[in-house]
Design a protein around this ligand. Structure first.
Ligand code: ITT
Length: 188
């Protein structure tokens, strides 16, 4: 089964492909149309982007929208993670967390699948904490400062397989693939 994955992020593709392969699903990367809906809801952003992508590629396609939610910062940067990463970055977030004892945070992933029958949405979440300093050079984005529950390593200290054992994205893609294989449209 082949499904397009509309994204500008090569790391997302690599992570998702590893998971999808286990289900016999081939993800084909394609450029996402770059009009992002301004919304504080990841689901709305993903669904809107998936509909646009479907009109563009004219074939079944997924879009994934993700964000890092820090409890002590009332969920910031959340849906603004991409902008915050590009502006203040990892060091800016560490600064905001200086002196903060409650390090709890989670990543959320929303996968929206657009196809002839409409849009289906799948979620993934990983809980963990914000490290005291950046560690590791693998992965992308806020990986150097996120330690998932059950590990002492940051995501940036893990290879793709290990990150996928924990990650929000791997969970959402797994749920999508399970649905696709068991209940999805058979003509894909
Ligand atoms: P798209 O083209 O797919 O939208 P993007 O990089 O803009 O790619 P998102 O808007 O979904 O992706 O991601 C928002 C930001 O959240 C992203 O730039 C990272 O900084 C951060 N992020 C999301 N998932 C992450 C992960 O697995 N590890 C580290 N940071 C992550």
């Amino acid at each position: 089964m082949r499904v397009y994955f509309a994204t500008s992020n090569v790391h997302k593709v690599e992570e998702a492909k590893h998971v999808a392969r286990e289900y016999g699903v081939e993800l084909i990367p394609t450029q996402a149309p770059k009009i992002e809906l301004q919304s504080d809801n990841l689901r709305d952003v993903a669904v809107y982007a998936a509909v646009l992508a479907y009109q563009h590629v004219k074939a079944p396609v997924i879009v994934e929208d993700a964000g890092l939610f820090i409890i002590a910062l009332k969920g910031f940067p959340g849906p603004y993670s991409s902008y915050v990463y590009k502006t203040i970055g990892v060091n800016g977030l560490l600064k905001l967390m200086e002196g903060v004892e409650d390090r709890r945070a989670y990543f959320l992933s929303v996968v929206a699948f657009a196809y002839s029958e409409g849009v289906k949405v799948f979620y993934g979440r990983v809980d963990g904490e914000i490290a005291r300093e950046a560690r590791g050079s693998k992965g992308f984005g806020f990986d150097p400062i996120f330690i998932p529950k059950g590990s002492t390593k940051t995501f940036a200290e893990m290879d793709v397989e290990e990150k996928n054992r924990y990650s929000h994205r791997a969970q959402a893609i797994r749920r999508f693939c399970e649905w696709l294989v068991n209940e999805g449209p058979s003509h894909l």
